[in-house]
Write a protein that binds this ligand. Structure first.
Ligand code: FAD
Ligand code: NA7
Length: 609
């Protein structure tokens, strides 16, 4: 075992050494080519460049074991699938086709002639410049500063089309997790008030909710968090500027503050943590009359009768708490609920929301939003088109768009240092060390391609990155089995694979699904929502029935899921679940007594505790 660990450690060290060597090679000359003697294009490129009387540092990747590792690491570094890789002034230019085209257009020489604007390493203003002071950016910057580095964080909030803006801390604290969970709590309190009758509390049935008081309290809490962030940056000696950051040169950033004042800074290393902003529908009236989650949590007035467009977690959470506060809420669904989540659970969430008064218009999209009456809230006429061609026209006070979010990567000059983005999505591909296609530029959080968009993920990735860059660590962020919770009225906690993904990955015959409905004791006295809560574990039969998917619909689902996520990380099996003694009477004990498999088709309705 120890030998295995020391082998792994040895390999990590070898790879780290190799990465340092690659970086040294890249900076060893203005033009550096990684090449192979066995490939025709590889051999053509150096001679072509020599032909232009340009000096080249030629690095041969030999067909030895270490050569193969070097090639693999180069791939991780550049994300180019084949050699040769040509670097000019430390910037990846590309392979054979790029070079030939550039030289045909006379642009290759131009690249070399470009004024060297890169300051000497020891004259950079900062060791690390972080663009974006949200969950990920703040975590990384504080960690880097603690490790003795000179760090600058730029954070700038572009106002929403409605003019909403906020303070330091990014999406989670200002317009995401924090206000969302607090509004969810406000809605749960209404349910608790209803339940309280049967527990003897003599409360009027028509208790009034004041939106303005709720938002004021929540906003005041958020302001205290904004302030705390500011203080911790000062305590950690991180320089902070309220400025919009964009690259103006390979190692130089321009920062424009809200008043338009411009400053320039140079950095040795950069971190992009600019997050995402809500997308708008491309239909008449969307920008003028609709709001998004960016506006909702600080809306100065109660939104009234609301149409929520979209069916992913942001849409359903907002629809859930608005309905829970007693508003008339409709969700317009283009295709399915909660794409990417376990669909069996998603449909149970939809049913529960419907039973609690949320209306759903399925397979339908809005085509036009018109203002009938201005006001707070005003009145809007929404025209929509169903998949079957039917036109639906309905009036609402508020239309909330929750149709996805776009990465903030297109206006920050990423093309200048040459950071590759996915042109379609705007997302940034990175290797397993959050390194972009430009070796000294890293990215974390919601801007990343194919990574989970959650606050703790951004924070973990940011901290670990700083520790690897400046603390000699080799620990990478583990993006597998990340637990999450959807805060719909009936909360949904999940960790690992959905049933669909488990079937795709292992085959239906190789997974066993254990499941059950359950009834929280607290709900029995008010006699509500019997057999709505649901527990499901998905096990990989051939791997000792290891739990590969965990799903729970329950009050406090997040609290439950967090604990089980640790067990899953430790390799939890069904047998271990069965041998664990439950805590009675709590919801989570159901996971220690699951016996019915989905395959058996047996009844899972529970009749008591
Ligand atoms: P952000 O936190 O978005 O920070 C990016 C920052 O960079 C922002 O302040 C932005 O204004 C700034 N910025 C952008 N461009 C520039 C620039 N050029 N110069 C300077 N600054 C710039 N996650 C959870 O884990 N749990 C939840 O319950 C949860 N609920 C959510 C609810 C909603 C409604 C939303 C929208 C998101 C929710 N999330 C939740 C997701 C979570 O908020 C994000 O995953 C997280 O904030 C991502 O962190 P980040 O650092 O990548 O980006
Ligand atoms: P998601 O997860 O990208 O989901 C978008 C939802 O909106 C989804 O239900 C889509 O339906 C729907 N959608 C997308 N485009 C349209 C249009 N044009 N018309 C109607 N409906 C549409 O976005 P979220 O906002 O929920 O969350 C994004 C991130 O924010 C999340 O990962 C967190 O980090 C916070 P579809 O299934 O595609 O038919």
């Amino acid at each position: 075992m120890n030998e295995k660990i020391s082998n792994e450690e040895g390999r990590k060290k070898e790879i780290n050494q190799l990465r340092i060597e690659i970086q040294d090679y890249i900076s060893s000359s203005d033009t550096v080519i990684f090449s192979k003697t066995t490939c025709e294009k590889c051999t053509k490129v150096p001679s072509h460049i020599h032909f232009m009387f340009i000096n080249v540092e030629l690095i041969y990747v030999f067909l030895t074991d270490s050569g193969r590792i070097l090639e693999e690491e180069l791939y991780e570094y550049t994300m180019e699938t084949a050699l040769p890789n040509v670097f000019v002034k430390e910037k990846l230019i590309g392979g054979y086709d790029h070079i030939i085209q550039l030289s045909k257009d006379g642009l290759f020489q131009k690249l070399l002639e470009e004024k060297e604007d890169k300051p000497q390493e020891d004259t950079y203003d900062f060791d690390l410049i972080v663009i974006g002071g949200g969950s990920g950016g703040l975590a990384a910057s504080k960690e880097a500063a603690k490790l003795g580095k000179k760090v600058l964080v730029l954070d700038y909030v572009a106002p929403s089309p409605l003019g909403t803006k906020w303070g330091l801390g990014g999406t989670c604290v200002n317009v995401g997790c924090i206000p969302k969970k607090l509004m969810h709590q406000a809605a749960l309190l209404r349910q608790a008030l209803k339940d309280s009758h049967k527990y003897g509390w003599q409360i009027e049935d028509d208790v009034e909710h004041k939106w303005e008081i709720m938002t004021k309290s929540i906003q005041s809490h958020i302001r205290s968090l904004n302030w705390n962030y500011r203080v911790t940056l000062i305590e950690n000696e991180v320089e902070y500027e309220n400025g919009f950051g964009e690259f103006v040169d390979a190692h130089k950033i321009k920062s424009t503050n809200p008043k338009g004042r411009v400053k320039y800074y140079t950095g040795k290393t950069f971190l992009i943590a600019t997050g995402e902003r809500p997308r708008y529908l491309d239909i008449p009236g969307a920008q003028e009359y609709c709001i998004t989650s960016d506006d909702l949590f600080s809306l100065a007035y109660c939104p009234g009768k609301t149409l929520v467009v979209g069916a992913s977690y942001v849409a359903l959470e907002c629809a859930g708490f608005l309905a829970g506060l007693g508003l008339d809420v409709t969700v317009m669904v283009r295709s399915i609920l909660l794409r990417g989540f376990d669909q069996d659970v998603a449909s149970k969430i939809g049913e529960h929301m419907e039973e609690h008064g949320v209306k759903f218009i399925k397979e339908c999209v809005p085509t036009k939003v018109e203002q009938i009456e201005a006001g707070a809230p005003g009145k809007l006429k929404v025209t929509s088109q169903s998949a079957d061609g039917t036109e639906i026209v309905e009036e609402y006070n508020t239309v909330l768009l929750a149709i996805g979010r776009d990465a903030c990567t297109r206006k920050i000059g990423l093309d200048i240092p040459g950071v590759k983005i996915n042109e379609k999505t705007g997302k940034i591909p990175v290797n397993d060390e959050e390194q972009t296609s430009v070796p000294y530029i890293y990215a974390i959080g919601d801007v990343l391609e194919n990574k989970i968009e959650l606050t703790p993920v951004a924070i973990q990735a940011g901290r670990l990155l700083a520790q690897r860059l400046y603390g000699g660590s080799t620990v990478k962020c583990d993006y597998v089995n990340v637990p999450t919770t959807v805060f719909t009225p009936l909360e949904y906690g999940a960790c690992g694979l959905s049933e669909e993904n488990a079937i795709t990955k292992y085959g239906e015959e190789n997974i066993e699904v254990y499941h059950s409905f359950f009834w929280p004791l607290e709900w029995t006295v008010p006699d509500r929502d019997n057999n709505k809560c649901y527990a499901k574990v998905i096990c990989h039969i051939k791997d000792k029935e290891r739990v590969v998917g965990f799903h729970v619909l329950s009050p406090n689902a997040g609290e439950i899921t967090q604990g089980f996520a640790v067990a899953i990380k430790c390799g939890l099996t069904k047998e271990q679940l069965d041998s664990t003694i439950g805590i009675h009477p709590v919801c989570a004990e159901i996971f220690t007594t699951l016996t019915v498999t989905k395959r058996s088709g047996e009844d899972i309705v529970q009749s008591g505790c």
